[in-house]
Each structure stands twice: as structure tokens, then as C-alpha cells.
Design a protein around this ligand. Structure first.
Ligand SMILES: Cc1cc2nc3c(=O)[nH]c(=O)nc-3n(C[C@H](O)[C@H](O)[C@H](O)COP(=O)(O)OP(=O)(O)OC[C@H]3O[C@@H](n4cnc5c(N)ncnc54)[C@H](O)[C@@H]3O)c2cc1C
Length: 344
């Protein structure tokens, strides 16, 4: 494995590292920094294990990135996913090959947590901290007024036509992804203005019906839903985020979920921040210089995919755009492979 710099003794370190947020970005950066011999404290507002709103389909992350961060082994429980399809209320629109993995956040975040602890990282759970100099900000989607509602739960007896099914409704979209233990993750992004009053898993199913996806709603009604896995999130915006200068993961930028690339970006973002954080810890860069170097690396790595994914998301979530895309799909005129490459 090729490390960026040789592990240092604590005595040569000028600054300990503090990270706020123990999701994918914060934990994977924490792990990589611990492997460099750095002194890392991570504050997490919640506890582990826990369910997170996420499609749980990881795609686009390279083996090099996983190895650079030292987290390859945390994905060994993942299921390999290779066949995907998308449909609207009228039926199938197309199928495609994908290269991805399915794993619950319950399992993945716990695997990362355990690795961080095993490497000597200090983890302070139920600790919600405030931004400040010397704190790498990995706290996920910032709270901002936004038009989207994300909902998810796990089911255990749902037969899938493909490893990953994407369903487009008139008020949002939903993915079904195979994950470990023969379970399926059900996760959707819906418009909030629908005013639907249901609670728990019924809320997600009601949103499917409101968007015209009745057959899918019937399938989920008949499935064995794990109610404890239900979670939801509202009040966020996609795209670049106005976070503190040294932000990573969703705190820095959030790609539309349909790409299945957000988790990969969280890991890649940790990779972008790794050398600047090491340089800061050794006193080779000031905090401001390290933050600027990390931001520049993010910009170079993510600008293109964020722009293209944002345009496609707008297309897929307006009535005219949906009509155009589905009619192209029915004529087999959607270049899936190219589009997938452009949002990675
Ligand atoms: C509906 C939906 C579907 C998605 N589907 C997919 C998908 O299929 N594939 C994919 O790759 N991506 C998907 N994503 C995106 C993916 O979930 C995120 O990109 C990823 O979770 C980002 O990881 P993160 O570490 O930046 O943030 P998070 O995983 O959100 O972690 C942030 C952590 O910070 C903690 N925290 C917050 N504030 C503080 C504080 N002040 N102090 C300390 N701790 C704090 C939180 O408790 C949390 O644990 C989806 C997102 C949504 C909304």
C-alpha cells in the first residue's frame, strides 16, 4: 500500500487533528490520518450503529482511493451489484450494466467506527460541536431550506428484477438496492410540497402513490418492512454547500442521489483532504493554507460531475424533462454508459 508520507512519531507533530462528524467522510479521513501516526479526535453527534437516509448503493469509488484511505476491508460485507434498470409508472424504460456495491449504512459506518478505534483514534459520541479553526468539518448535509424529502427503510422479502431498480414518479424517484443479509434498501427522494400526513414507512409508500407509482407501492405494502430501519431527512439543498473553509463530504458538496455517487464522493473527499491535513498536523501549512489546498482539490475533482449531475437532476424532476427523457429511453436513445461516466 502506498502511503503519502512515512508515519511520524507523535513528538514531531505540531497540531492534533479534530474532526466533526463520524459519517463516511469523517471516519475514513480519521482512519487514514491514524494510519499516518497522527493524533486524531473525532466528535460524532449520534451513536453507532445507526440507520442513515441513503440509497446504500456505492458506485464510482476506485480501489486506489479505498487503499489510500486504508478502508478496503470495511466493504467486505458488501454485495456486488452489476445489473440495473429504470422504470416509470407505465413500466420499464431500460436496463444497464453497473459496477457497484450494496451495503447498509448500519453495517458500513460501524465497520469504519471499529477500524478507527482499533487504530487508536479517539471517538467522542453524542458530542455535537461547533465549527472553528483546527476542526475539519464532516457533518453531512447542512440544514438549509430545500424542496426535498429523503426517506428510507429496509425490507427482507422483496424479489428484485435487477440488483438495482430505479423508479421515476411524477414527484420524485426511488431506488431499490440489494444489500447484505438478503435485504433490500428502499430509498427515495420526493418533493416536500405534497403535504402528505402519514408516518413511518407508510409515509414513503404514500409518496410513491402520490407520484403515480402504484404497482411499486403495492409491492412494498406486501413486503416485510423493518420499521426500525425507517428514517427521513428534509431541509437540504443539492450542490456546493456554504460550510466552514475545511469541509469534506456532504458538508462541502452534495451530488444528486440518483447518481449513486455520494458515498464515493465522501471517500474521495477524505482523500482530497488527507495531504493538507497531514501538512497542517506537521506544521508545514497553516490551517488556512491547508483548508485552501483541500478546497482546491475538491473543486478540481468534483466540479464537472456536480455540474452535469445537477443538470440531469433538474431534467429528471420536471414534468417536461421527465417526458423528454422517458420518450428518449423508450426509443433506446439514452446513452447510459456515457452519462454514468460523466457523473463519476
Ligand atoms: C435520499 C438520498 C439517497 C442517497 N442515496 C445514495 C446512494 O444510493 N449512493 C450514494 O453513494 N450516496 C447516496 N446518497 C448520498 C450519501 O448518503 C451521502 O453523500 C453520504 O452519506 C455523505 O457522507 P458524509 O460523511 O459527508 O455525511 P453523513 O454520512 O451524513 O455523516 C455526517 C455525520 O456528522 C454527524 N454530525 C452532524 N453535525 C454534527 C456536529 N455539529 N458535531 C458532530 N457530529 C455531527 C452526523 O450525526 C453524521 O453522523 C443519498 C442521499 C440521500 C439524501
Amino acid at each position: 500500500m502506498a502511503w503519502l508520507v512515512a508515519p511520524a512519531s507523535m513528538a514531531t507533530l505540531k497540531h492534533p487533528i479534530t474532526i466533526a462528524g463520524g459519517g463516511l467522510a469523517g471516519l475514513s479521513l480519521g482512519i487514514a490520518l491514524c494510519r499516518q501516526g497522527l493524533d486524531v479526535t473525532l466528535h460524532e453527534a449520534s451513536t453507532y450503529p445507526r440507520h442513515r437516509v441513503c440509497g446504500e448503493f456505492i458506485s464510482g469509488v476506485s480501489e486506489d482511493t479505498l487503499a489510500q484511505l486504508g478502508i478496503t476491508h470495511t466493504l467486505t460485507d458488501a454485495v456486488s451489484l452489476s445489473r440495473a434498470c429504470w422504470s416509470d409508472a407505465a413500466g420499464p424504460l431500460g436496463s444497464m450494466k453497473v459496477t457497484g456495491r450494496g451495503i447498509s449504512r448500519w453495517r458500513l459506518d460501524e465497520n469504519l467506527r471499529q477500524t478507527f478505534i482499533d487504530l487508536g483514534g479517539r471517538l467522542v459520541t453524542q458530542s455535537r460541536i461547533q465549527p472553528g479553526p483546527g476542526i475539519i468539518w464532516a457533518t453531512g448535509r447542512p440544514k438549509r431550506p430545500g424542496p426535498w424529502l429523503g426517506l428510507k427503510f429496509h425490507v427482507s422479502n422483496l424479489a428484485l428484477t435487477h440488483d438495482l431498480e430505479m423508479h421515476m414518479g411524477s414527484t420524485g424517484y426511488l431506488g431499490l438496492a440489494r444489500i447484505e443479509s438478503d435485504s433490500v434498501n428502499v430509498c427515495g427522494l420526493f418533493q416536500t410540497h405534497m403535504g402528505i400526513k402519514a408516518k413511518g414507512p407508510a409515509l414513503l409508500i404514500a409518496h410513491l402513490r402520490a407520484g403515480g407509482l402504484h404497482k411499486l407501492a403495492d409491492r412494498l405494502d406486501a413486503a416485510n418492512i423493518n420499521p426500525a430501519s425507517f428514517c427521513g431527512v428534509a431541509g437540504f439543498r443539492l450542490g456546493s454547500q456554504p460550510g466552514p473553509p475545511f469541509s469534506i463530504g456532504d458538508s462541502a458538496c452534495m451530488i444528486p442521489p440518483f447518481t449513486g455517487n455520494g458515498m464515493s464522493m465522501a471517500f474521495e473527499s477524505a482523500e482530497c483532504a488527507l495531504q493538507p491535513a497531514i501538512d497542517y498536523a506537521h506544521g508545514h501549512q497553516t490551517w488556512d493554507q491547508a483548508a485552501a489546498a483541500s478546497k482546491k482539490a475538491h473543486h478540481q475533482r468534483f466540479r464537472r460531475r456536480l455540474t452535469i449531475a445537477g443538470l440531469l437532476h433538474s431534467l429528471l424532476t420536471t414534468r417536461f424533462g421527465m417526458q423528454l427523457t422517458t420518450s428518449l429511453a423508450r426509443r433506446r436513445a439514452v446513452p447510459y454508459d456515457l452519462l454514468l461516466q460523466l457523473v463519476r
